[in-house]
Every structure is written in C-alpha cells, then in structure tokens.
Design a protein around this ligand. Structure first.
Ligand code: PLP
Length: 435
C-alpha cells in the first residue's frame, strides 16, 4: 500500500485543522491518519486508490454498508423539499413510530444528532425524574465525550480498589467538579453494585451501562448481571439506562435489550439507527420521557430530528426490519462466518487469538493463556496489545480495514466472498507475525 496522497493531504490539513484530524480517535492510524475518497457496499477506497473490505463502517453507523440505496433515496427526496425547518415534520413521526414499534423500552423517543447528546439527555431526564444527582457508570464503558460522564473510560487500575476506585478524567480540561456526581465500579460485579446501593441507594438517580461492553473488548454481561441491575434500580427507584449507541438495531431489531431480555427504563441510540445519517435518540418509559413533553426537563437542539436525518432513520429501520428482519439476519450470518472462521484459525496458530462478542459486532484480541477470564476492563488489560497492533496493521496492508482497538463491524452489504477473502488474509498475517 502507498499512502502518498493521504500524507500530502494530512500536511495540508495540519495547517488548518488541529492535528490534521477532526476527531481525536482518528489519530490512531497506521502509518498516519488516512484520507478516504469513496465507499460502496462493504468496500471503501482511500485517496491513494487503496481498496479495503471495510469493517470500520464509520465506527458503526454503516450497518447497511456504504451508500445504501434506500437511505440515500429517502434522504435525497427530502433534500429536494428542504433541509431543515426547525419545526415538526410528518417524516419524523414516521421514524418515531417505527422506532417505538421495534425497541422494547421505547414508549416515547426524542431524536438528536450525536450519541453524546443522547446520553446527556438521558442523564438529565433521569435526574429530573428522580430528583437525585448521582449516576453510577462502569470502568471501560464509553458514553461519549462530555465532561459530566467521560470518567474512567481508560483508567489506570493498578493499585486501585475495586469498590469506588479513584475517579479519573478522560482528558485535560475536564473539571474535577464535573465528576462529583459520578460513581464508578468495575463492570459485571453485582455484589459491588449491591453494596453501593445499600450505602447510597437513595442518592442514585441512574445507572448507565453498555449492555454489551463493545467499547472495550465486546465483553458480554455475566448471567444475571443486567437482571440484577434491573432489580436494584426498580427496588431503589433509580433509572436504568442502556447505552445502545453501538448495540441498538444491530444485535437484534430491538437492540441488546431485546436480545438479552432485559428492558431498561431509558436507552440511548445513534450509529446504526440512521444507516449513516447524523442522528441519535433517547427513548424510554412514558412517565420519564414525559418530563421532556411537559417541558420540565429541557431537551433542545437546532438540528434535532431534522427531516433529512429522520428520512434516513425511517428508510434504514424499514430496510433492516422488512421481511421479518431478513437483511439484519444476513449481517448476522456473515459475522458468524467470520467469528467461527477466526475461532477455527485460532486453533491452528501459536498466537493466542480470541474472538469475543455477539454478531454483527465482535472483538478480536490476543490473550495469553492461563490468565483470568475476561469479564471487565481490568481483566481485559491482559491482552497482548503489541501483537494486536501488528495484526491490525497487517490486515490493513492487505486491504482489510478494522477498528484499531480490535472491533469489527459487519454490515448487511458484506458477502460470504468478503468473509472468505478476509479469513485468508487473517491466516497470512498471523503466519507473518509468527515468523
Ligand atoms: N455511547 C456509546 C456506547 C458509543 O459507542 C459512543 C460513540 O462511539 C457514544 C456514546 C458517543 O457517540 P457520539 O460519538 O456520536 O457522540
């Protein structure tokens, strides 16, 4: 692969855009941030003409692949009628009806533009509803980049107690006071959550969790963990919030809450729900969501439910849900071929390759044998990041593009042929690393 054009663009970009990139995570690329030219279906091309089978999929939004015709047609039709009115539209009601039909917890839904905003709205309405301020969040979960929730996403855990470890900001510029109402625990340890509720239950407005910890290792909840959170929140009058920004409409039509059979009070969505449009949502039980309706909790935003995004949502949800969810099933089947293929390859290599998660989003990492089972952020630290980085770079050099942290997203546009080609690239890269 040659990256000359990307490199030139990066130099130009650095003169007008800090670091030459518009989101800090894009810095983590090899050999430097790349520039892309176009995408089609499951493939994407960079400005140097390098072609990749794309498992990054915009970091999640492109569940239908690049340039999905039904979404683009619906958005184009709306663009011709106007981009934004800052008023209500019929298409947003269509999108909301479809959304509420699919998502178990969604009596009502409000649309915004980004996942971070949806989380912000969920925390606010949970606090408004309970009249309490404290929010429990878990180590290693990602809920967006806003100051009052971006704590302990990638903390140093050496020497930290498991019960209420030190609060660690994600970035410079994040005031300590913004973490004052955050409580942190390791994930998947129900006993610790019980202890916390015993001691502070009457102060806890809500518990926010990714139902599957996709942002750090695609770790599944242990049996009974989500159910335990559900019971504790019900018992103590706290709001259970699932952050389904990644899992929503992906693990099943009704998201992780449907797949795992636990219904939260509120849930946040973005990414897949719009098939690539810029959109997010907070949804949940009527008595909580009605605090927005009664104007007692504020939820605002110039671009909320703009009709172009709403048209995209309606088209994307129809596409995956039509014919009993046949298209989503296809993405699951292709992801299973990949997951099973990777697991089979793992038995043939000396490298400790592991695959974790639920289709169609899973995590590939290298876990030295003999360690503890991976159940949370702390146990995930035993993965061999050096081999992981070589593996990721080797895939990219051979035209297979995955998220640097090891996450793979699979779309309805990926084919068995893509999967077969990917698996043979994986074999080659592992052989190269072994050598
Ligand atoms: N919540 C989860 C689970 C996410 O994965 C993300 C982004 O990756 C967010 C929230 C924040 O979404 P956004 O980047 O659209 O603000």
């Amino acid at each position: 692969m040659k990256y000359d054009q990307s490199q030139q663009l990066l130099e130009r970009s650095k003169k007008v855009i800090p670091g030459g990139i518009s989101s800090n995570v894009r810095a983590l690329w090899n050999p430097h941030p790349l520039f892309y030219d176009h995408g089609q279906g499951s493939h994407v091309w960079d400005v140097d003409g390098n072609e990749y089978i794309d498992y990054v999929l915009g970091r999640g939004p492109l569940l239908l692949g690049h340039t999905p015709a039904p979404v683009i047609e619906a958005m184009k039709a709306q663009l011709d009628r106007g981009m934004h009115y800052a008023g209500q539209t019929a298409i947003e009601v269509d999108a909301a009806e479809k959304f509420c039909e699919l998502v178990p917890c969604a009596d009502l839904v409000r649309f915004s533009s980004t996942g971070s905003e949806a989380v912000h709205a969920a925390l606010r309405v949970a606090r408004a509803h309970t009249g309490r301020n404290k929010i429990l969040r878990f180590e290693g979960h990602y809920h967006g980049w806003f100051d009052n929730i971006a704590w302990n996403f990638a903390p140093k855990v050496d020497g930290e107690p498991r019960y209420l470890p030190k609060k660690q900001p994600t970035t410079q510029g994040q005031p300590e006071e913004d973490g004052a109402n955050i409580l942190v625990l390791p994930w998947n340890d129900l006993e610790l959550v019980k202890k916390l509720f015993d001691e502070h239950g009457s102060e806890i407005a809500g518990v926010i969790t990714e139902p599957v910890m996709c942002n750090n290792g695609s770790i599944l909840p242990l049996p009974g963990f989500l159910e335990g959170l559900r019971d504790l929140c019900t018992h103590h009058g706290s709001v259970l919030i699932f952050d389904e920004v990644i899992t929503g409409f992906r693990l099943s039509l009704g998201g992780a809450q449907e797949k795992l059979g636990v219904t939260p009070d509120l849930a946040t969505f973005a990414k897949a729900m719009g098939g690539g449009t810029i959109v997010s949502a907070v949804a949940g039980k009527a008595d909580i969501m009605d605090r927005f309706g009664s104007l007692t909790a504020n939820h605002s935003g110039t671009y909320n439910a703009n009709p172009v995004a709403a048209a995209g949502v309606k088209a994307a949800l129809d596409f995956i849900a039509d014919n009993g969810g046949a298209e989503l099933r296809k993405a699951h089947e292709t992801a299973k071929i990949l997951m099973e293929g990777l697991s089979a390859i793992a038995t043939t290599t000396s490298l400790p390759l592991t695959v974790r998660g639920l289709p169609p989003v899973f995590h590939v990492s290298f876990v030295p044998e003999g360690g503890d089972p991976i159940v949370d952020y702390r146990s995930l630290q035993q993965t061999d990041k050096e081999i992981g980085a070589k593996f990721w770079a080797g895939l990219q050099e051979r035209g297979v593009r995955t998220v640097p942290e090891g996450l793979w997203f699979v779309s309805t546009a990926h084919t068995e042929e893509d999967a077969d080609k990917t698996l043979s690239v994986v074999r080659e890269v592992l052989r190269e690393i072994e050598a």
